[in-house]
Design a protein around this ligand. Structure first.
Ligand SMILES: [Zn+2]
Length: 303
């Protein structure tokens, strides 16, 4: 039996918001069993808490946003991915602005904080959302899907005409170890032309080469290049991991994204939650060997 986990001590970081460009401080605190991931706006008075669930998602334009009682918290997906990836079930996330700090555009800073503080087990069984039958969302050639599996695996495929991206596929069996080594440091990306347009609409004011991969017409403009040759597909897998955690529980199943973004990932989670025959909550992982079995299955698929 595996148990629910929280962070062992409070951790803090500061950075700028991608869209507002303002300085934001983030504090992640331990939280009791069965409380889930709760966000808390410390700069407002009144009811300021909102639990991270699909029903609280209020926007999926360029980022995933939560809507509370009269307030918003945007760009939560990279932190949600880190919480999902590290196996953190319960945490209180305090933020003093309307978006999370973008840090370096990946989840590496959050992963570092979790490792620095360590995790604490609650001695309460970990509750998973086990996928029982396929749930598939399609829009044109885009696709986001969940399938039954004993472990948690994720495949993401990306297809761009841009010469630096083209077709990339990334497969991962998600564990705290694989999350940290394969996904955590994959950065978000944007096209220079789009970044300029977004700035004209008041977005991406904090965006730049220090917190995103920026693509010119032909190549990556960041002086250091890429962290992985397929960093784009890895980042989209990271986004999907974060968006799936809005189901409210860690997933037991296989996720597949093909050109899907936050909006489709959200639709997938909503479709899953609405179909009560597509999932059940289980206490503890049914078969611990499934991770090894799935790693093999994923490798077979990838060939
Ligand atoms: Zn992202």
């Amino acid at each position: 039996m595996d148990y629910q986990q929280t962070i062992a001590a409070a951790v803090h970081c500061s950075g700028i918001g991608l869209h507002t460009g303002s300085k934001i401080t983030l504090t992640i605190r331990p939280a009791p069993p069965d409380s889930g991931i709760v966000f808390f706006r410390t700069d407002l008075v009144g009811k300021r808490k909102v639990r991270a669930t699909a029903k609280s998602v209020g926007g999926t334009n360029f980022a995933t946003s939560l809507i509370g009682d009269g307030f918003v918290i945007s760009t939560i997906e990279h932190l949600m991915a880190a919480l999902h990836g590290h196996g953190i079930d319960n945490a209180l996330v305090e933020v003093d602005g309307d978006e999370l700090p973008i840090m370096d555009g990946s989840a590496a800073a959050f992963s570092y904080l979790f490792n620095s503080a360590g995790l604490k087990s609650h001695q309460v069984p970990k509750r998973y959302m086990q996928i029982l039958k396929p749930v598939v969302i399609t829009e044109g050639d885009k696709r986001a899907a969940l399938y039954p599996a004993d472990g948690f695996a994720l495949t993401y495929e990306i297809s761009y005409t841009h010469p630096a991206i083209q077709n990339q596929r990334f497969d991962i069996v998600v564990t705290p170890q694989s999350f940290q080594s394969e996904l955590a440091n994959a950065r978000t990306f944007g096209f220079l032309a789009e970044v300029n347009l977004m700035r004209e609409s008041g977005l991406a004011n904090g965006g730049g080469l220090e917190n995103a991969i920026v693509l010119g017409n032909y190549s990556v403009l960041n002086a250091g290049g890429l962290r992985h040759p397929d960093e784009f597909a890895r980042h989209k897998a990271l986004d999907m991991l974060g968006d799936l955690y809005m189901a409210g529980y860690p997933i037991l199943g296989r996720a597949h994204g093909f050109k899907s973004g936050h909006a489709m990932n959200h639709k997938l989670v909503m479709a899953l939650l609405e179909d009560k025959k597509a999932w059940r909550l289980v206490d503890g992982r049914p078969n611990r060997n499934a991770v090894a079995d799935e790693r093999q299955a994923v490798q077979v698929q990838a060939t």
